[in-house]
Design a protein around this ligand. Sequence first.
Ligand code: ADP
Ligand code: MG
Length: 704
Amino acid sequence: MRLAEFLSVHLGAEESCGNPELGKPGEVPPLLTVTSQLLALLAWIRSPRGRQVLLQGTHPASNVQPPIPDGALSQEDSPYQPTPIQGEVPRGEAQGQQLPQLEEEQRAWQRLEQLILGQLEELRQQLEQQEEELGRLRLGVGATDSEKRVQHLTLENEALKQSLSLTRDLLLHWGPGPPTRAPQEEAEALLELQGRLQEAQDTTEALRVQLGVQEVQLQGLRGALQQLQQETEQNCRRELQQVHGQLAGLRTRMASLRQGCGDLRGLVSTFTQSCQGSLSEAQGQVSWALGALSAGGAGTQLPEGQQGPPTGCPGRLLELKGNIRVLCRLRPGTPCGLVSVEAGPGGTVTTCYRGRQRRFHLDWVFSPDASQEEVFGELEPAVLSCLQGYSVCIFTYGQTGTGKTYSMEGPPEDPGIAPRALQSLFREMGTGGQHRVTLSMVEIYNEAVRDLLAPGPPERLAVRQGPAGQGGIQVAGLTHWDVPNLETLHQMLSLGRSNRATAATSMNPRSSRSHALVTLTLCAASPPSAPGTAGTLHLVDLAGSERAWKAGATGTQRGDPNSAQRLREAQTINRSLLALGGVMAALRARRSHIPFRDSQLTRLLQPALGPGTTAVLLLQISTRPEDIGETVCSLKFAERVGQVELGPARRRKAPRSETPSSLSTDTPLTGTPCTPTRSPVSPPSPSPDSGSCSALGPSGDLPP
Ligand code: ADP
Ligand code: MG
């Protein structure tokens, strides 16, 4: 029998525990149920009825036996046999029966005690279960559930404590106590239980602390997560911006590439056109050669309109690309280790200046011992192309005293480019009179343009822009001479050379103080040559670039007019060469505006450097160690000029006017009679068929 049954039998409905909630099993923890039972038992013992029962030493209820722990004693072994109450028993008889009854009661109470102990054992087991639950809680994860459990356990622990104290009270108040050994053991058990309770409370407290720590950690983790999210967002945004920037850069690059592509397409179409032109020209040459061969000689008459190629350049096609060709010639002298060359086509000049080595690539490099003939051999094809209506300009550039005039004019015993060119042209033209040759010669001295072939003393001429829409320039008053033969031509060149301004400087005893421009116009006047074409050959001997102090033209000596004159000359020469550099740079960069007007030199060179012309720069350099700075400067200039593209060479048509042009094949000079004033020296014979281009050749005497 369980304690609950005992209580329900002994106490009945009116004696039950005051708290009805505690009696409902299942709604409160089992520990609380036990507690309520114990409370009820205590209340019954303290009640008058209970006291009476206990004092009488009788059985509490006639039909009730004390509670027996489950399995402790069987119904048969129980001392409480159902004996009905007999009412008042006589005293003497009662005393006779008192002893055995007491013994029996004592046994019954011992059993009750055992019952309570059983209950206590049950409580201990429940406690152990709670401990296990606590252990599980330690491993648990949910903070809220754990807390609830902890609260629940705390509640149960409290109830357990109360039960224990109640039990103790019960044992203390329970009549004549059983033998002393059982309560002692019980007290020990109680103590042990208390200890465990304390332990459970400690564990709960520790768990609570742990929970607090975990909550703090959780809070920290949440903060870290938030920060991480913010950082990731910021990084993403930054990367997105970078990608946008890169995309914009790529778009710009793509646009520039597209533009470059367009430029390239233009170049390719230009190149294709020029190739086609050259191809048809080559075909013409081949058919001409075949015709000549089949006719049995070069002198055979060709069909009208067909022009034969110059014999001086069989099979050689002109430059297709249209770049200014740059040739370099070294002045003979003491070789020094600062300048070394690789001569020949595509040659190089290596300089060592201020500890820095630099290599310059040029179209052709002539060694110092190269002859005049060798130099002209490279220029001859270009010179002869004038006969087919091309415009060719050859100019020498370099420091004073490096051999520009020597290369262009040369001494009589070893003539330079100009005399050889004229000779070659006249030889090519033969005596057929297919061309009419006209000559003009000017110099630019201190920015003044002077006619070197004027019948009278050289006059200053005015350079004007040509009529609007026609381009070109005009030199008013310039004399043009019809040149019937080579001899006359040489005489006229000598005349012009003698008129040129020269002076002695410390670098060159006969330094050219001016730029000289010789222009030869070759008009295809009559068949079998192609009528209507007008080739032009410009031969330009530039004054040398020089540093004033180096040339000894300082002009610092007071009262020395020559010295001041040299200084002024040097300044204007350098200024005009600087303007030429500016023009070259603009041409190289394909700028829309080319500063031809910056100097008289560049104005006069404008027709010679126009589109479709052929230009060759002959650079003269010195190998002397003291000239190394100037040499490097000149080479730099030449390298830049080599990058200038004038476009594929084009043939020029002869102007309708009967007056041949000077320096410009596009626009004829107006108001400039082709008939020169009578010269003081023996007159050259007029051109036999000059009627088509010029009425008269020079008839005056020319100076020797
Ligand atoms: P620039 O015109 O450049 O001032 P020049 O042509 O007047 O220089 O030459 C200066 C001197 O050098 C002249 O006396 C000339 O004879 C001489 N000279 C230049 N080049 C050579 C050469 N290749 N062979 C022989 N003498 C030369
Ligand atoms: Mg000179």
